[in-house]
Design a protein around this ligand. Structure first.
Ligand SMILES: CC(C)(COP(=O)(O)OP(=O)(O)OC[C@H]1O[C@@H](n2cnc3c(N)ncnc32)[C@H](O)[C@@H]1OP(=O)(O)O)[C@@H](O)C(=O)NCCC(=O)NCCS
Length: 335
């Protein structure tokens, strides 16, 4: 079996910065409430007309990742695109990236696992490389949340949390046995499917039905989140799935050099940090600046951490995520 290795990373966030104070002009909220409950100070939102979409932000992040990996774009054998906010209901956003990057006929596939989407995509890519099927895979996590949020007081429990942005990486066959992805671990618990969801428009609530109802109070086309249930499950599942990864590799928490958690809520990250006895330098957080960018959050954070020199050769890097589905997962990487 082959081993896979990250050979290039990139990120892109829209320029338009929305601070907590900006949100107070739209809804009944406060900088202090948002900061205290989530750790978020600002986030980026696509500005109407700036040309950014989920797919095009993914393209921008991908170009950087491909350049840093040193491969030719035509050496990419598979595109995996993780998002909950695709440009179109169909086709997926992976094929739009393929079109924009002008890569002829490699397969492109979308992954629908929300906040865990990037880890699901990384795990999927790792399997394709392990078996020898592909040598270079482009993985993207990107979200345009801002276009679909209820930016009124009614939606404040959800809308203040989410931001737009994209991250990408190239996963390649490794020539070394020692470095690369050590293992990935994935879980879902479908009984909570509706606890963090966007249920309409969908094939259960098809567009003509919604249009005929013309109901301005219909919130089914905005995301719904049972925040406290999500929080409670997140802290348990994050811990479990990190432990699962460590145990699989006969490792202990003190061997972690860098934990990059999905940026759901700073309080969740701090809980995990404390539980695993990690220092501030061993956990990378950027939710303060970007909010929760769902599938984009881990690759954005990884790119920033790497650019800042916080990930060094030989480090044990642990990724972990939890989110809608519920879904969760982890990845252990020897850098
Ligand atoms: C969303 C979250 C921050 C809300 O914090 P909370 O302490 O659970 O807050 P609650 O939902 O109980 O709301 C408490 C009060 O604040 C109010 N409130 C909600 N959003 C608000 C906002 N943006 N500004 C001000 N007040 C707000 C509520 O209306 C409620 O008021 P009430 O007590 O008068 O009814 C928290 O539940 C959370 O972080 N959950 C996990 C979210 C997450 O990680 N999601 C991503 C998963 S990948």
């Amino acid at each position: 079996m082959y081993k896979s290795k990250i050979t290039g990373m990139g990120m892109y966030v829209p320029e338009n910065e929305i601070t907590n104070r900006d949100l107070t002009a739209l809804m009944d909220t406060s900088h202090e409430w948002i900061l205290e409950r989530t750790g978020i100070e600002s986030r980026r939102h696509i500005k109407k007309g700036d040309g950014n979409t989920t797919a095009t932000m993914g393209v921008k992040a991908s170009r950087i990742a491909i350049e840093r990996s040193g491969i030719d774009k035509n050496d990419i054998e598979l595109i995996l695109f993780a998002t909950l906010s695709p440009d179109y209901y169909f086709p997926g956003s992976g094929v739009i990236v393929q079109k924009e990057l002008d890569i002829p006929t490699c397969p492109a596939m979308d992954i629908r696992n929300q906040c865990s989407g990037f880890i699901y995509a990384l795990s999927t890519a790792d399997q394709f490389i392990k078996t020898g099927m592909y040598k270079n895979i482009l993985i993207i996590g990107s979200e345009n949340h801002s276009g679909g949020l209820d930016m009124t007081t009614r939606g404040r429990g959800v809308s203040v949390i989410f931001g737009d942005g994209a991250g990408a990486l190239v996963l390649s066959r490794s020539s070394s046995e020692e470095t690369g992805i050590l293992s990935t671990h994935l879980h879902s618990e479908g009984k909570y499917a509706e606890e963090l969801s966007l249920i309409g428009p969908s094939t259960r609530r098809w567009v003509p039905e919604i249009m005929a109802a013309n109901d301005a109070e219909d919130t089914s086309y905005y995301p719904y989140m049972n925040g406290q249930l999500v929080f409670k499950n997140a802290v348990v599942r994050f811990s479990e799935v990190i432990m699962e990864g460590l145990q699989e590799n006969q490792m202990t928490p003190d061997q972690i050099d860098m934990l990059i958690p999905h940026q759901a809520n700073l309080r969740i990250s701090q809980f995990i940090q404390k539980k695993f006895g990690l220092t501030d330098d061993q956990v990378y957080n950027n939710i303060m600046r970007y909010g929760n960018t769902t599938a984009g959050s881990i690759p954005i954070a990884m790119t920033e951490a790497w650019e800042a020199g916080k990930i060094k050769s030989g480090d044990l890097v642990v990724l972990a995520a939890f989110g809608s589905g519920f879904t969760w997962g982890s990845a252990l990487i020897r850098w």
